[in-house]
Design a binder for this molecule. Structure first.
Ligand SMILES: Nc1nc2c(c(=O)[nH]1)N[C@H]1C(S)=C(S)[C@@H](COP(=O)(O)OP(=O)(O)OC[C@H]3O[C@@H](n4cnc5c(=O)[nH]c(N)nc54)[C@H](O)[C@@H]3O)O[C@H]1N2
Ligand SMILES: Nc1nc2c(c(=O)[nH]1)N[C@H]1C(S)=C(S)[C@@H](COP(=O)(O)OP(=O)(O)OC[C@H]3O[C@@H](n4cnc5c(=O)[nH]c(N)nc54)[C@H](O)[C@@H]3O)O[C@H]1N2
Ligand code: SF4
Ligand SMILES: [Mo]
Length: 679
């Protein structure tokens, strides 16, 4: 892209972590793709092509609102800010700064999130998190622990070189469409084999040569059995083990107790199919793992990823092109929201808040020291609403739809003394707000976002926010100025980025000019000429030459299904995005069959007298919903699937409170339910 003249309207898609270049054309009101660093031919998916609709939508919030006598009424900015100031200062003086909680936004820029986490810490709390907690916190925990960095080990570009893709618990054909179509599929057409581990047959499975339709929650026995096949059939990379891996003997001992047939049975897979897939992965010269929510969103999410990491280490598939372990990140800036420190336990650059040197270093830049006690994670904060947390600021998230056990979450949202919501639309969460601040959509803001393969790219405004709505960054800076003793007077997003560079060593060598209409990839320390593509090549990101193999035991689901119950797992479809706040309002995204239905296997449907199109009642220990049944062999027997994109039926009324003990990620992928026909 270096030879292109910078064009001020080039921005980045507001949806997924692929980070395609799109631009808004005010004259026509449409959005088109430009030749971005990822979508190098300007190609975009249906959501990107429909992203213009949210910019000039009739439902956009155009005025600040505050709650008076139970109703939200439009007010001036001054009145809205005064309400926030008086409520927050009352809460802090009565109950201390930890009585406030801040939800950052992985749909928003690095600069905006940086300001939000800094203002929380200036008030004196580390209660700040973003919804990376709900996607890949378990992956980040496992990979951070073993490899020293939680991000994609490789780049989309070099992953074209793989001979085998092992895609576990992800559906890139629908969730990362341009990665799938422009990177994976062309390689697959040229002979790269795809192993797909997913209880459902999806568009991704259509390109696979092996499909392991695992029982939800049983990926650990599957991975352990694959590891055993690799060992038994001499497919381990002895030279790599010798040079780069520790605890090899202990791991071999652990595998000696693994029974391949027994594990395959537990995972619900034919042992021969499992063996064949393990061979394909193990024999490849270069094999790359992609992982997603099917692995990460479990009570054992961190262990699931540990079990995957073992496969990569055993076969020497780390530190070179076309290999590695690659978590496909969620929103357009979920990677960056973590990098810049919108997390309760770490400061910008993943330095622990408990590390006195890290606090001191950042105090030099900030002029104040952040608190030393880790804050609460997102769901932990929600569970404290009305108890230890009295006030919350929710920036660009819709937890009333997306957090698990929605009945409990909604009850908790209602118990806050003061809920401030920064939004584009009047969402289900805004229903509970005491103050609603109208912010800016993607085409109305400047700043940077960091995509799934660590590329930092620039967004540029090409429209003004509607009515009295304001740019998110200016809004957050004013909040900082009003709620703290610090100064949040930044002239522009660039001024914030220049500060980020000084406190975040991974971004130290970057600049707005250097990024231009291309990208810069972290790690890019100050003084370097460019960022690093393939991580862990000579040493791991933690500076160590070696990583360890780790024995991982299967743990049964916390909520096992009894004989008359089924296991509900949840996820996504191509045309909708997360809580649906944006995509449900689209007039151009075509409705898909099954987008708002319960997938159920024909045999399970038969047992219950359910026909395709019937309305069924789904009940868990936490709640119940009515939903239309889609009878299909695309889902394995004993399992049902629904998306969580709709407020009606609200699928998260069914999911429960269990969190992974390490990463605190919710169990979204395994809930025991009863399904009965109602019509
Ligand atoms: N179209 C679209 N794209 C999106 C999003 C969206 O909402 N819509 N959201 C973005 C975000 S925030 C994220 S985090 C990513 C998520 O992207 P993905 O990780 O692809 O998302 P999911 O559909 O939640 O889950 C992936 C697959 O896991 C499978 N699965 C369920 N349970 C299990 C299990 O126990 N084991 C295994 N191995 N697989 C299982 C499901 O059947 C599903 O096909 O997508 C991003 N991109
Ligand atoms: N059952 C089940 N539940 C799940 C999951 C699952 O797989 N199954 N997945 C989980 C995952 S991985 C995730 S990431 C979460 C997602 O959960 P959320 O982040 O709550 O979902 P979104 O719909 O992305 O919410 C983004 C909100 O920000 C607003 N917004 C968008 N852009 C901007 C902007 O530029 N400025 C401002 N001010 N606001 C903006 C939108 O209007 C929208 O309301 O859902 C989680 N919930
Ligand atoms: S693949 Fe993702 S980033 Fe690209 S256009 Fe589609 S939703 Fe946007
Ligand atoms: Mo996500």
């Amino acid at each position: 892209m270096a030879d292109r003249a910078p064009d001020p309207s080039e921005s980045i898609c507001p949806y997924c972590g692929v980070g395609c270049g799109i631009e808004y054309e005010p004259d026509t009101g449409k959005a088109t793709g430009w030749k971005g660093p990822v979508n190098t031919r300007g190609e975009i998916c249906p959501k990107g092509a429909a992203a213009w609709e949210i910019v000039d939508h009739d439902d956009r919030l155009t005025q600040p609102k505050v709650r008076e006598d139970g109703r939200l009424v439009s007010v001036s900015w001054e009145t809205a800010f005064e309400r926030i100031e008086s409520e927050c200062s009352r809460i802090v003086s009565e109950a201390g700064p930890d009585a406030l909680g801040f939800f950052a936004s992985s749909n928003c820029t690095n600069e905006e999130n940086y300001v939000l986490q800094k203002l929380a810490r200036a008030i004196g709390t580390n209660n700040v998190d973003n919804c990376a907690r709900l996607c890949h916190s378990s992956t980040v925990a496992a990979m951070g622990d073993r490899f020293g960095a939680g991000a994609m080990t490789n780049t989309l570009e070099d992953l074209r070189e793989a001979d085998v893709y092992l895609v576990a618990g992800a559906n890139p054909a629908e969730q990362h469409p341009i990665v799938f179509r422009s990177y994976l599929l062309p390689s697959i057409r040229e002979g790269t084999e795809l192993i797909h581990v997913d209880p459902r047959t999806t568009d991704t499975t259509d390109a696979a040569s092996h499909h392991l339709a695992v029982r939800p929650g049983f990926d650990i026995p599957l991975c352990n059995a694959m590891a055993k096949v690799i060992l038994e059939e001499d497919l381990v990379d002895e030279r790599f083990l010798e040079a780069r891996v520790e605890r090899v003997r202990t791991f071999r001992e652990f595998l000696s107790s693994v029974d391949i047939d027994e594990n395959a049975r537990l995972a619900g897979i034919d042992p021969d199919e499992l063996r064949a897939a393990a061979r394909t992965y193990g024999e490849a010269d270069r094999a790359a793992i992609f992982t997603g929510m099917g692995m990460s969103q479990h009570h054992c999410g961190t262990d699931n990823v540990h079990a995957l990491l073992n496969l990569a280490l055993l076969t020497g598939n780390v530190g070179k092109a076309g290999t590695g372990v690659n978590p496909l990140r969620g929103q357009n800036n979920v990677q960056g929201a973590g990098d810049i420190g919108a997390l309760p336990d770490v400061l910008p650059g993943y330095r622990p808040v408990t590390d006195a040197d890290a606090r001191e270093a950042i105090a030099d830049a900030w002029g104040f020291e952040p608190p030393a006690t880790p804050g609460l994670t997102e769901v932990e904060m929600s569970h404290e609403f009305g108890d230890s947390i009295h006030g919350a600021v929710v920036f660009g998230e819709n937890p009333a739809v997306t957090e698990p056990n929605a009945n409990r979450i909604r009850d908790r949202l209602g118990r806050l003394d003061c809920l401030v919501v920064l939004e584009l639309f009047h969402t289900e969460t805004a229903e509970y707000a005491d103050v609603v601040l109208p912010g800016s959509a993607w085409a109305e803001k400047g700043g940077t976002v960091t995509n799934t393969d660590r590329q930092v790219m620039r967004m540029r405004p090409n429209a003004e926010p509607p009515g009295d709505a304001r740019r998110d960054l200016s809004l957050l800076c004013e909040l900082g100025d009003r709620l703290t003793d610090e100064r949040f007077t930044y002239e522009s997003p660039k001024a914030v980025f220049d500060e980020i560079r000084t406190v975040l060593p991974q971004y130290g060598g970057m600049s707005y000019a250097g990024i231009g209409t291309g990208s810069q990839r972290w790690p890019f320390p100050e003084g370097a000429s460019e960022g690093v593509g393939v991580l862990h090549a000579e040493e791991f990101a933690n500076g160590r030459r070696t990583a360890e193999l780790r024995a991982v035991d299967h743990v049964d689901p916390v909520d096992p299904a009894s004989d008359d119950e089924l296991v509900l797992t949840t996820g996504r479809v191509l045309q909708h995005f997360n809580s649906g706040a944006l995509t449900r309002r689209s007039g151009t995204l075509t409705r898909m069959r099954g987008e708002n239905a319960l997938q159920i296997h024909p045999d399970d449907a038969d047992d219950r007298g359910i026909d395709d199109g019937d309305t069924v009642e789904v009940t868990s220990d936490h709640g119940n919903v009515s939903i239309v049944a889609e009878v299909t062999p695309a889902i394995r027997r004993g399992t049902v699937f629904a998306t969580f994109h709709f407020a009606e039926p609200l699928i998260n009324r069914l999911t429960g409170d269990t969190l992974d003990p390490v990463a605190k990620i919710p169990e979204y992928k395994h809930t025991a339910v009863r399904v009965t026909v109602t019509s």
